[in-house]
Design a binder for this molecule. Structure first.
Ligand SMILES: [Zn+2]
Length: 283
């Protein structure tokens, strides 16, 4: 990826090294459940977050002072986020709307969001209540090692996917889906979640297409890297790795094939209208 022309976002909230301790332990999820859920990248926060009162956050000064020299991880995230801000800002403007930029919180280990308390093991996520993306940079190592999805564009895709959820929130899509889900049965509610996830993949593709058209961010191999990541974090692949078999009813994000296909559609067309994963007959 070539990020030289991308401005660093000013919306990074650095909470790395902050110790979050919970005063109340009730309502938690057992260790096994957390690990299983952790396998579902960026799962709907309400499913994983434990709402607890009394959360204490203390900065650990040692962690801050240990960081010397260039902070490449943060810089990369800031440039990718900055790139999405520019792209979505332009797209919204053309549509006569104003894009409100999301914040991106960097954290280590665990974090408190307006959607509840979350462990890094659950993967990056977007919280609509505070309009923030939450990311522990160690996830990128995980993406490389456990999900076999190396490369900077694979990482950028993950950020762009979460920003895609913010776009859905800004456009009122998220709210509409949630209200439909509250009236739907379990099966339909899950199917709607999958469509929401696939749309976020498509929107990530729209960003890549736009930024590349205007500022040539993609280098040879990047698209393949991103598509590989989309495939590796497809639900069927995750399930196969975790339990050795595939249960389509358990899908929360869509299959590898679906994720690749929607991400590709976004990249190739750069056309928002192509991202209607809720249209009839679309699967
Ligand atoms: Zn998602």
């Amino acid at each position: 990826m070539r990020l030289d022309d991308e401005q660093e976002s000013q919306n990074i909230e650095d909470r790395r090294g902050f110790r979050v301790s919970k005063g109340v332990a009730g309502g938690g999820i057992g260790g096994i459940a957390i690990i299983l859920i952790a396998l579902f990248l960026g799962v709907d926060p309400s499913a994983i977050l434990q709402n607890n009162s009394q959360v204490n956050v203390e900065p650990e000064p040692s962690a801050e002072s240990q960081r010397v020299g260039r902070d490449e991880g943060r810089e990369f995230v800031a440039r990718v986020l900055g790139s999405t801000e520019r792209t979505w800002g332009e797209i919204f403007q053309r549509a006569g709307r104003t894009y409100t930029q999301p914040k991106l919180v960097l954290f280590t280990g665990q974090v408190q969001s307006a959607c509840g308390f979350a462990q890094a093991a659950a993967g990056p996520f977007y919280c609509g209540n505070d309009q923030k993306v939450y990311l522990d940079l160690s996830f990128f190592r995980e993406l490389h090692e456990r999900f076999q999805a190396p490369g900077d564009f694979a990482q950028a895709y993950v950020i762009a996917h979460e920003v895609g959820h913010h776009v859905q929130n800004s456009l009122g899509i998220m709210e509409k889906v949630q209200s439909r889900q509250s009236r739907a049965g379990e099966r339909e509610a899950k199917a709607l979640s999958v469509r929401l996830e696939l749309q976020a993949d498509c929107l990530a593709g729209i960003w890549a297409s736009f930024a590349n058209r205007e500022r040539k961010i993609l280098e040879p191999g990047d698209v393949e890297e991103g598509l590989n990541a989309a495939s590796q974090i497809g639900d069927d692949m995750i399930q196969k790795r975790a339990q050795g078999y595939v249960v389509p009813e358990g899908f929360t994000h869509g299959s590898a094939e679906q994720r690749v296909s929607w991400f590709r559609r976004g990249i190739q067309t750069g056309d928002l209208k192509q991202c209607d994963t809720f249209a009839r007959g679309v699967s």
